[in-house]
Every structure is written in C-alpha cells, then in structure tokens.
Write a protein that binds this ligand. Structure first.
Ligand code: PAN
Ligand code: ZN
Length: 184
C-alpha cells in the first residue's frame, strides 16, 4: 500500500511523511533570466520556488504517476517575474496536468518549433500540458502562486535544452503588465 498523504485545498500544501521537498534559490537560477546582472544583485539564498513531490514508485519506472505542488514566490529579476526553470520531459511523449490553487501567474508553453504561448493561471484553472511541450510557470501576482501537478513516473526532466536555448519568448513586466516578448 502507498503512504497516506493529504492536501490543503486552500494553500496546496501536501502533508505526509514521504513528501520530498526541493528548493530553488536565486543562486540556483544562474543564466535563466535575461538580466543576469539583476539576478547577481539579489540575495543568492532567496527562495524563488519550492516543490513538494509525492513519488510512490521509483523515478523512471513505467506506469506510475507522481503528484506535487509548486510554490512560486512573488518577485522580479529585472523586469522578469520569478519563475520555474522549465523543462521538456525527457520522454518527449509524456504529458502533464497543472491545477492552480492560489495566486496569479502564467503557464508558458513552447512547442518543438519554439512557438511560445502562455495561459493565465488563477485559482481553479486547470492546464493540460501536451507532450513535446516545454513548460515553465511565472508568478505575475503579489502573493505566492501555488499549483498542483500530476505527471507520469517515467516522464523524466530535460533541463539542458532550456538551460542552453531558453524559451522562444520571455514573460516580462512591462508598464505593470505581463507581456510575452519574443527572444531574438
Ligand atoms: C513540475 C515541475 C515544478 C518545478 O512538478 O517540476 O513545477 O519546475 P522545474 O522542474 O521546471 O524546475 C513538473 O512539471 N513536473 O514534471
Ligand atoms: Zn513537467
């Protein structure tokens, strides 16, 4: 039998002894933002996001499902919102669901031709991330953005493609408005 876990529908926090937590700080986000100088001027220990994950089978095993919550803090680096690193799944033909619990944000999606779009995230919004699609979340609000995710245990994470090539566009705060700006 799997362990018992529970979730708060108001915060997205998952409770259970087998939940794994990962923190990503400003120091972990080197070269992810357009304005690397602005990132370097921030406290490297400052948390950008935290991920809780429930992984009842081994990572990479076929047939299982993982479940987790990501909490993205509010803030900007230069004019770019605090965001997740973003990735393609290592197995490109694996999809995922995101469900927003609290806060306001944007799910940025990029297909294999670098065509980049975003979907607004607000409490209750459900997002289907198709296969072959890179995904990243930006917090466009003033409070914590929390969303649940459910993905196959053999999806895997390809961070390298995004780390080296980025997305086709960046979500920037321009005159106070979240604006998707194509990258050269
Ligand atoms: C999510 C993400 C989580 C953190 O659980 O892993 O939001 O984003 P990064 O992995 O891009 O740092 C997911 O998409 N899993 O597949
Ligand atoms: Zn994913």
């Amino acid at each position: 039998m799997t362990d018992h876990i529970g979730i708060s529908f108001s915060t997205g926090e998952i409770m259970g002894s087998s939940i794994r937590e990962t923190l990503r700080t400003i120091g972990d986000m080197k070269d992810y933002y357009r304005d690397e100088g602005a990132r370097r001027n921030l406290d490297p220990e400052k948390v950008v996001y935290r991920v809780q994950a429930f992984m009842p089978v081994a990572e990479g095993e076929q047939g299982g499902l993982f479940f987790g919550t990501t909490f993205v803090e509010p803030g900007v680096v230069g004019d770019e919102y605090f965001m997740t690193k973003g990735h393609f799944h290592g197995n490109r033909n694996r999809s995922e669901y995101y469900l927003t619990v609290q806060g306001a944000g944007a799910l940025i999606l990029m297909d294999e031709n670098r065509r980049t779009v975003f979907e607004p995230m607000r409490p209750g919004s459900v997002h289907y991330i198709p296969f072959n699609t890179a995904h990243r979340v930006a917090n466009t609000g003033d409070s914590v953005l929390a969303f649940l995710a459910c993905w196959p245990s053999d999806a895997g994470h390809d961070y390298g493609t995004i780390a080296s090539q980025g997305f086709g566009a960046r979500l920037r705060k321009i005159k106070g408005v979240a604006t998707l700006v194509e990258e050269p």
